[in-house]
Design a protein around this ligand. Sequence first.
Ligand SMILES: *Cc1c(COP(=O)(O)O)cnc(C)c1O
Length: 360
Amino acid sequence: MVDLSPQYDELKAETDAAVLRVLSGGRFILGDEVSAFEEEFSRYLGVARGVGVASGTDALVLTMMALGVGPGDEVLTTPSTFIATADAIARCGAIPVFADIDPATFNLDPSSVEERLTKRTRAIIVVHLYGGPAPVARILELAGSRGIPVIEDCAQAHGAAIGERRVGSLGTAATFSFFPTKPLGCAGDGGMVCTDDEDLAEKVRMLRAHGARRKYVHEEIGLNSRLDELQAAILRLKLGRLDKWNEARRRAARRYDDRLEGVTTPRVMEGAVHAYHLYTVRSPERDLLKARLDESGIASAVYYPVPVHLQPCFRHLGYRAGDFPESERAAAECLSLPMYYGIPSGHVERVCDTLNEALG
Ligand SMILES: *Cc1c(COP(=O)(O)O)cnc(C)c1O
């Protein structure tokens, strides 16, 4: 599915030197590399502030904590996402509320969002699933008129854009993961909160360090959640290649689009630029297709086989099969194909040949 070695091969000399520089500098937590990367990544996005944290999950938790989300609040999101989006809501003591998706893009359907808003909705988390931009503008209209903050979960969408603006610069705040396989990944765990709201950024900065602005003065109960210097040094180098690497994945995606027959290829929202963290097709014959790929020694994966509202950890919320038909149908039909920077064109052709033959 993924091979990260083309990224390392391309930056090996610089990466090795940067790691040695940090090791010999002897400063590992909250130093110059992290500040520089916070500056560079937020400038890349076009927002005022970035705060480096320990993971994409923590970025979500800290953003909601900083917004004052807590017990009794509802946070609305999509059931078609990685569990982290929803368990971060529960981790803050709030109640995850789901809305259904648009089957064409796998992302939240604004009309379903509108139906699920209540007086207790304290935030909306919009996920740009697989790297494909979600309709943030329409969701911002619904939220803005009610004063509800919108968090963009950009864990899969570094460098994706809508018109001239990158995702992550559109809502109240955005969260990123730098898990190794994400479009911008480090050599471990890492994350960031990005926002134009300086007070919100300051609050996240305080909460990531046990609620202290000054040493040993703890204004609030926070966490220990920091991006470290080694990861930041590596990420600074990779950020310089992000657009090029995303463009190469888009070329591979276009080849899949052109050659695949009989499956539904990903649709990109009009005016948007997809980051193709994953290249995900749909077919009612999904299980047969996956079996054929398995037999041919070709990797493929189902993201995500069980929609979040049907996960055992959310049983107590009382959702049932049938509550979000589009999300459930997507879970039954979706199949992600090999996609990474440096995927050999022969691999893409072989995947297409195998799938096209399987469907006769
Ligand atoms: C990966 C991911 C996260 C969590 O990021 P971690 O860094 O693994 O904690 C959150 N949301 C989505 C949509 C993700 O894909």
